[in-house]
Design a protein around this ligand. Structure first.
Ligand code: GLU
Length: 485
């Protein structure tokens, strides 16, 4: 085995990045980096029926925005290319033929119809389908004749019928299966393409991959891969299978069931850094209580030994928390930049967006929730006057009316309209009237927003609304309260 650690991210271009898939990429990347090794990108597109336009670009883009720079790959080349399996198509058959010669594989000419009726027979008997090795009995001459006649064929791996296969996984430990349970899986399909099960072994070997890191759904196939390595006499890589990712109810996450992909999360306003941070902890834990990690930090401390085998729960609430933490850690300028499209989406008029950003930054967890929070800036809705009554603020309708009436001329006469001037003037007025601050600021907050929950306090909202609109809304409040008390 080469001494340099080499890992690979081997996505199939499906057009989107599943969360589990991105976690695999991250762990593969980190294992390479922490060991000073190489991180390789390989596109696994042998399933030509599933070809999707633009899907490979999604993969490049994802790695790029996540900051996971690959050292070798289709776009940048490398010593073991090509790095796209369809471009390696002709390379696999000779390996399969070598296995046929050595007695580890055989040609199968069974028609689709035969396999289907076989499948039905198994189904009727309530058994799991397993190819019946019909073609294993063909003589060498028969095989030759069929091949020369151009009959379509597949090549199947010939599994030992007795004994067991044992392999070691760094996370799951030693796993042993009875060989009799292994099906003679297809290595080369009738269209000449290798199956994933064959191509991944050939490619991992040819690309000198030292650590095969992937989801634990591949654990059950690993004995078959192991037998292939043995049949070729190749060194077996270190297997690192990652725990299942489940939802809080224990079910698997899946795009088909509407669970978010990486692209969905970005579109909803989750930050790349927060997603990466969260995914790093989804199956791995540091040896401290630290929770916030940059990619650069993870590149130094990640360790295979601390990957867990118990299923990891993907909890949106926790991801929201991480996202909020990242948002709060940003400079106002940076937050303003990323929040701007969302702020604009929520505004129907021209209001100072930097002030709005400043107001909402401490209270935002996900960017997509911004527009709905800003609705009251556009229109003051009919609101329930009872909002003015607030026990803790010690207000009722009467006190509120008096406060608004007193505040009105003070605000009207303010020469400068900014957070500080508004705050200072209202505080002075509160003292002068010997009120509790809530008795002044609560009624103003209700009058300018018309709602119980707002993304900012009375002063911040008034500043953003501007003098004229603030005064207009306070007048509305006075009018409505006067009619009620
Ligand atoms: N192409 C496989 C996938 O996208 C890769 C599995 C592996 O890493 O070996 O799931």
């Amino acid at each position: 085995m080469s001494s340099v650690v080499r890992t690979r991210y081997a996505p199939s271009p499906t057009g989107y990045i599943h969360i589990g898939n991105l976690r695999s990429a991250l762990y593969e990347y980190l294992i390479a980096r922490v060991n000073g090794g190489k991180f390789i990108l390989r596109i696994e597109d042998t399933d030509q029926e599933r070809y999707i336009e633009g899907a490979v670009d999604v993969i490049y883009r994802t790695l790029k925005i996540c900051g996971m720079k690959h050292d070798e790959g289709p776009d940048i080349g490398g010593p073991y290319g090509p790095y796209v399996q369809s471009e390696r198509k002709n390379l696999y058959l000779p390996y399969a033929e070598e296995l046929v010669r050595n007695g580890h594989a055989y040609y199968c000419f069974c028609s689709k119809e035969r396999l289907e009726s076989l499948q039905n027979e198994y189904k009727e008997r309530g058994e799991v389908f397993r190819y019946d090795r019909h073609c294993l009995g063909l003589s060498e001459e028969e095989v030759k004749r069929k091949l020369e006649a151009g009959e379509p064929y597949v090549i199947r791996q010939k599994m030992p019928t007795e004994g067991t296969t044992t392999f070691h996984d760094v996370v799951y430990g030693e796993i042993t299966v009875d060989n009799s349970e292994l099906e003679d899986q297809i290595l080369i399909k009738s269209d000449g393409y290798p199956t994933y099960n064959f191509a991944n072994v050939i490619d991992d070997h040819l690309m000198h991959i030292t650590h095969v890191v992937r989801g634990c759904e591949y654990l059950s196939s690993t004995p078959k891969y192991n037998l292939l390595y043995q049949a070729f006499g190749w060194e077996i890589p270190t297997y690192v299978h990652l725990p299942l990712i489940v939802k809080p109810d224990g079910s698997k996450i899946s795009k088909r069931k509407g669970d978010a992909t990486f692209e969905d999360l970005l579109a909803e306003g989750y930050l790349v850094e927060a997603i990466i941070n969260y995914l790093a902890l989804l199956g791995w834990s540091p040896d401290s209580n630290q929770e916030i990690f940059s990619l650069a930090e993870l590149e130094k401390i990640f360790s295979i030994e601390r990957i867990s085998k118990s299923p990891s729960v993907f909890d949106m609430a926790k991801l929201r928390w991480f996202n909020g933490e990242y948002i709060r850690a940003m400079s106002l300028e940076d937050f303003h930049k990323i929040a701007l499209p969302w702020i604009k989406k929520g505004l129907e008029k021209d209001l100072p967006t930097l002030q709005i950003a400043k107001m909402i930054q401490p209270r935002t967890e996900v960017l997509s929730e911004i527009p709905e929070k800003l609705g009251f800036f556009n229109h003051l809705c009919e609101y329930d006057l009872e909002l003015y009554t607030h026990k803790k603020m010690k207000t009722n309708l009467e006190i509120s009316l008096n406060s608004l009436k007193a505040a009105l001329p003070v605000l009207e006469n303010l020469p400068d309209w900014n957070e500080k001037s508004i705050y200072d003037a209202l505080t002075a007025l509160t003292e002068q009237l010997q009120l509790k601050s809530g008795q002044m600021f609560w009624p103003i907050r209700i009058a300018v927003s018309g709602q119980l929950v707002t993304p900012g306090g009375a002063v911040e909202i008034a500043e953003v609304l501007g003098k004229e609109e603030t005064i207009r809304r306070i007048n509305i409040g006075i009018e409505r309260l006067s009619a009620a008390v």
